[in-house]
Design a protein around this ligand. Structure first.
Ligand code: UDP
Length: 320
């Protein structure tokens, strides 16, 4: 039995990870300031004897009484409307100060620490599909920069703590992921399209809908996070994790409308600035080093996600 700390543990990915780690018999300490996370995501494990929730903002140092074996650093607003809105400065602080505080904690406990970095570090990619060696094309002063540059800086902190402080690090770059425990008001494309279709609202495609993304179902993602954390010592990554199936946003809208039915029509709105034109992970490294590849096809994952959002639809507010 390991003692594992998960920052961002009430968020979409963090809560799914906490539930899986509890089900596998670990002690789990979930840390979140609940800015974008939701306690309802961890309701079913809240009273489990091996589970503890600490309300804490990782921009501040954290003292933990138990001896930690592993830390998953997942805390950060991740949806563009959140980090481009009132949380922009907070996003950079969470990436940078949060990484420093959690790396110091890992050093103190001699714990392995995994950083959930992002495909956003590639910015508007000029190499397609994206390989880990690609250094990216980020606008440092754009509206996405707080997230992209924050996560890039966190990666550099992780590697400096590894080189100079001997901290055992793992870095994953997560591509678009969807599934149960997403906030209906997250503002991302999968949650928006499904909730719009379920509530009979217009489906909002930004731009012409020809931009692409590759969507990974959450269960596949959690599986590879755990594999990476427990991979051979010294294997640091960075490693791309995501589903290489690539779809245009228009195709996604058509799939959702076909599955949900109803009267929604598709409307086209302005594309936000710096919105990447295409994105697809090259997952060769994850396949060879971790023996992992995603199993859940988009169609199957969408069915499960639609079933989940049906339970949440009363909380969905109209997209502005
Ligand atoms: N998008 C869209 N309609 C929406 C929300 C998003 O067309 O209601 C587009 C968005 O402009 C982007 C793609 O869908 O091109 C994926 O957006 P999301 O916010 O889900 O993720 P990210 O931009 O971080 O990849």
């Amino acid at each position: 039995m390991k003692t594992i700390l998960v920052t961002g543990g009430t968020g979409f990915l963090g809560s799914n990870l906490c539930i899986r780690l509890i089900n596998e018999g670990n002690n789990v300490i979930c840390v979140d300031n609940n800015y974008t996370g939701r306690l309802s995501n961890i309701q079913k494990i809240m009273k489990h004897p091996n589970f503890r929730f600490i309300k804490h903002d990782i921009c501040e140092p954290l003292v933990v009484d138990a001896k930690l074996d592993q830390i998953y650093n997942m805390a950060c607003p991740a949806s563009p409307p959140a980090y481009q809105g009132s949380y922009s400065i907070k996003t950079t602080k969470t990436c940078v100060l949060g990484a420093i505080n959690m790396l110091d904690l890992a050093k103190l406990h001699h714990a392995t620490i995994l950083q959930t970095s992002t495909s956003e570090i590639y910015g508007e990619p000029l190499v397609h599909p994206q390989v880990e060696s690609y250094r990216g094309n980020v606008n440092p002063i754009g509206i996405r920069a707080c997230y992209d540059e924050g996560k890039r800086c966190a990666e550099s902190l992780f590697f400096d703590y590894h080189r100079h402080e001997g901290v055992d690090i793992k870095v994953v770059r997560i591509f678009n992921t969807y599934g149960p425990n997403m906030d209906p008001n997250d503002g991302r494309v999968v949650s928006n399209f499904i909730c719009q279709a379920l509530s009979g609202q217009d489906i909002t495609i930004y731009g012409d809908g020809h931009q692409t993304r590759s969507f990974c179902f959450v269960d596949d993602l959690i599986e590879v996070l755990i594999r990476m954390m427990n991979s051979e010592k010294g294997f640091t990554g960075p490693i791309n994790i995501g589903n290489p199936g690539e779809f245009t946003i228009k195709e996604l809208a058509e799939m959702v409308v076909a599955k949900v039915g109803g009267s929604s029509k598709v409307v086209y709105e302005d594309l936000p600035s710096d919105d990447p034109t295409q994105r697809r992970p090259d997952i060769t490294l994850a396949k060879t080093k971790l023996g992992w590849e995603p199993k859940v096809k988009l169609s199957e994952g969408l069915d499960k996600t639609i079933a989940y959002f049906k339970t949440q639809i009363n909380q969905f507010k109209k997209v502005a």
